[in-house]
Design a protein around this ligand. Structure first.
Ligand code: PMV
Length: 323
């Protein structure tokens, strides 16, 4: 029996970046992200009667080998944790450019963990699937859940209380939009996992963690009140503080390109008349938070920035689900 899972990308408003436990992928702090309806991974999983797993990645040749390796390692880990002694056939595809820094590992491992748990009839609750997805990629813990998601750092050494949980469903704020502005289609220079290892050694990191962890509660309040200005400014403050740390790592980490900064510059100018706020992650793309009514103006303006490759308007949507 084959089942297919669709899992959304989840963009952090208040970030997680860096781990307190590298083996269990436990974050140093809580984060808040939103699951986006229009950008997702679809993964089919079936149990097969063979000696080895089969993995098909429907993607660009330059990223295939790395993704297959990641999935294979995850399958071994899944079997050793759950005791499920099966071989799997996996087919996976993204509806956006992989590996360029739009959280493809988040949606990818959320879809895979959900598919494996269901195919193996584990009857896991969402929090357990989220903790399982976290073992593939930290941010995947959020992509299992829908709407506005809090990813708890947890305190247990075994990671059992570190998972994502929906704090508001997507219908809480139906007008909210995230506009994903793609500024490149090439794979990113350094993975978020590798940059996180440099970040945690930066002397400025501990302070960011403390402040950013506190920002989570303020962000929840802004979301509860549907206060875009408040939420947008918190998101940007989190980003600005993080950029200082990235820039002062040894060696410095630079994901933003000239196009990234040109888009950010336009967002600042647009904001005089239209509330919109930006963030970026481990890649050159810009994610713009605003309301549906502002999207045509933002799209028109950003279309004119040289180097912008695609503009994708996204609503909030459900977490990982079977199709
Ligand atoms: O999922 P990871 O462990 O590769 O970490 C990615 C974290 C960021 O995307 C950079 C930020 C976040 O909170 O999603």
């Amino acid at each position: 029996m084959k089942l297919t899972i669709r899992a959304p990308i989840n963009i952090a408003l208040i970030k997680y970046w860096g781990k307190r436990d590298e083996a269990l992928l436990l974050p140093t702090k809580d984060s808040i992200g939103i699951s986006l309806l229009e950008l997702f991974t679809e993964t089919s999983v079936a149990i097969i009667n063979r000696k080895d797993d089969e993995i098909f990645v429907h993607d660009e040749p330059e990223v295939q080998a790395r993704i297959i390796q990641g999935i294979q390692a995850y399958l071994h880990r899944f079997r050793s944790i759950t005791g499920v002694d099966a071989r799997f056939s996996i087919h996976t595809r993204n509806n956006f450019p992989t590996a360029s820094g739009i959280a493809s590992s988040a949606s990818g491992f959320a879809a895979l963990a959900t598919g494996l748990a269901k195919a193996s009839e584990l009857n896991f609750q969402e929090s357990q699937i989220s903790a399982l997805a976290r073992l593939g990629s930290g941010s995947a813990a959020r992509s299992v859940c829908g709407g506005f998601v809090r990813f708890y750092k947890g305190t247990q050494p075994d990671g059992s209380d570190s998972f994502g949980k929906t704090i508001f469903h997507s219908d809480h704020w139906p007008e909210l939009r995230m506009i994903v502005v793609l500024t490149s289609l090439s794979p990113k220079s350094i993975s978020s996992r590798d940059s996180a290892k440099l970040l945690v050694n930066n002397p400025l990191y501990a302070r960011w963690c403390e402040e950013s962890h506190l920002r989570v509660d303020a962000a929840i309040q802004a979301i509860g009140e549907r206060n875009l200005i408040q939420l947008g400014l918190l998101m940007e403050k989190d980003w600005v503080d993080l950029q200082k740390i990235l820039a002062t790592c040894d060696p410095p980490i630079q994901y933003a390109t000239e196009v990234t900064y040109n888009v950010i510059h336009e967002i600042h100018k647009l904001r005089e008349n239209c509330p919109c706020y930006f963030t970026t992650d481990a890649g050159p793309h810009v994610k713009v938070l605003s309301l549906a009514s502002n999207v045509p103006v933002i799209r028109e303006r950003l279309k004119g920035v040289e180097g912008v490759v695609q503009i994708r308007e996204c609503r909030l949507g459900p977490g990982a689900m079977e199709l």
